[in-house]
Ligand binder design. Structure first.
Ligand SMILES: *Cc1c(COP(=O)(O)O)cnc(C)c1O
Length: 389
């Protein structure tokens, strides 16, 4: 059976260029980078090279990059570590209602530890309002964390403006840029970002590796205790293979950004124009312009996203409903709820995320299958009215 992968926002394959760099680390440069002998030094040299590549890609110093086990750990660490270390300055944290669960659940945890958290609403396009941010920022606010590009609807925030406002009020600004990496230029100096989370497996690198960028001079408490790795801030033998893979993947993501974006944008616009030609009673979610180039979140009225997903799967096509992390629960996505999408429309949503290897032929096949599936589901849906097809 034909198989088409359109769930690149959930994860990507490891590209050949990345794999080629990783393979010798498994069994040749396998030393523990903390060891003092030659094997250790060789591994440390590889780790340093990976760190340098990531630092260069986001315009920071290599000593400002801390490897983690992924985006989730980087987000947990940023929220919990920064809140705890800066508690003497205040007790208030601001985030948004459309964060990844690793940020939202860290905030929920911080609330149990006595912190006050404001969850900023977003408009119907998924943008945080600057007026709201200004309204809630006060003397007590120590940390603001806003997602750079949303993983469900693709909306990209005005990160620079948000960073500037936070700094005017002396708050630390953290951003989850796991999805933004490779899609927009992330210059942490130019954008004045204090802390930023990124991950390897969303940019054709391996899973289980990520990084936190933390501007030098900013205090953070450890989340993982137990060793001098990562300059004493994150214990545990380094995932050298992962770091090497991520270093290469990030380098490539930035190197090829404009080519990839152009290709993805064309594919998305073709897909959307075909949706307009072939379907009725659907809605595209997220910002019309300020959005990830390869992501389409679309709601089909009268039917359920889960049913579409399963029928596409039978045709060999992989998409998702909402985010991969919440796909096991039947609850309405917190992101679609936050943009004000009525639950009965939100339940008919699927997320299609194209990748750098997606072909036009695959997109056409998907549209053809989608047309058959949506019609079939609507024919049996009790919600379908006469005017819909
Ligand atoms: C995937 C993702 C994460 C989590 O990263 P992992 O490396 O999978 O832990 C965090 N934030 C966003 C926006 C993501 O898309």
């Amino acid at each position: 059976m034909r198989r088409v992968y359109l769930d690149n926002a959930a994860t990507t394959y490891v590209s050949n260029e990345v794999l080629t760099e990783m393979l010798p680390i498994f069994n040749t440069t396998y030393g523990n980078p903390s060891s003092l002998h030659g094997f250790g030094r060789d591994a440390m040299a590889e780790l340093d090279k990976a760190r340098d590549r990531i630092a260069k890609a986001i315009n920071c110093k290599p000593t400002e990059i801390y490897f983690t086990s992924g985006g989730t750990e980087a987000n947990n660490w940023a929220l919990i570590g920064l809140a705890m270390a800066n508690r003497n300055k205040g007790n208030h944290i601001i985030t948004s209602q459309i964060e990844h669960h690793s940020v939202l659940d860290s905030c929920k945890y911080l609330e149990t530890q006595g912190f006050r958290v404001t969850y900023l609403p977003v408009d119907e396009c998924g943008l945080v309002s600057i007026a709201d941010l200004l309204h809630y920022l006060d003397q007590d606010t120590i940390l603001v964390s806003i997602i750079g590009a949303n993983n469900e609807i693709g909306t990209i925030q005005n990160i620079e403006t948000i960073a500037r406002i936070c700094h005017e009020k002396n708050a630390i600004f953290h951003t989850d840029c796991v999805q933004a990496l490779g899609a927009i230029n992330l210059d942490v100096v130019g954008m004045d970002i204090d802390a930023m989370s990124i991950s390897g497996h969303k940019v054709y690198g391996p899973k289980g590796i990520g990084a936190l960028y933390l501007k030098s001079g900013i205090k953070i408490n450890n989340l993982i205790h137990g060793g001098n790795q990562e300059r004493g801030k994150r214990g545990g033998t380094n995932n050298v293979v992962g770091a090497v893979g991520m270093g290469k993947a990030v380098e490539i993501a930035v190197r090829d950004m404009s080519i990839n974006n152009k290709k993805l944008r064309n594919m998305r616009e073709f897909f959307i124009s075909e949706l307009n030609k072939r379907f009725t009673n659907f809605k595209i979610n997220g910002h019309p312009a300020q959005k990830l180039p390869g992501l389409v979140n679309v709601s089909f009225e009268f039917i359920e996203g889960e049913s579409i997903l399963m029928m596409l799967d039978l045709a060999g096509i992989a998409v998702s409903t909402g985010s991969a992390c919440s796909s096991n629960s039947l609850e309405q996505s917190h992101v679609l709820k936050a943009i004000g999408l009525p639950a009965e429309i939100g339940q008919g949503s699927i997320r299609i995320s194209f990748g750098k290897s997606t072909t036009k032929d695959e997109v056409v096949y998907t549209l053809d299958q989608l047309e058959i599936i949506v019609k079939k589901l609507r024919d049996i849906s009790p919600l379908t009215t006469k005017r819909s097809k």
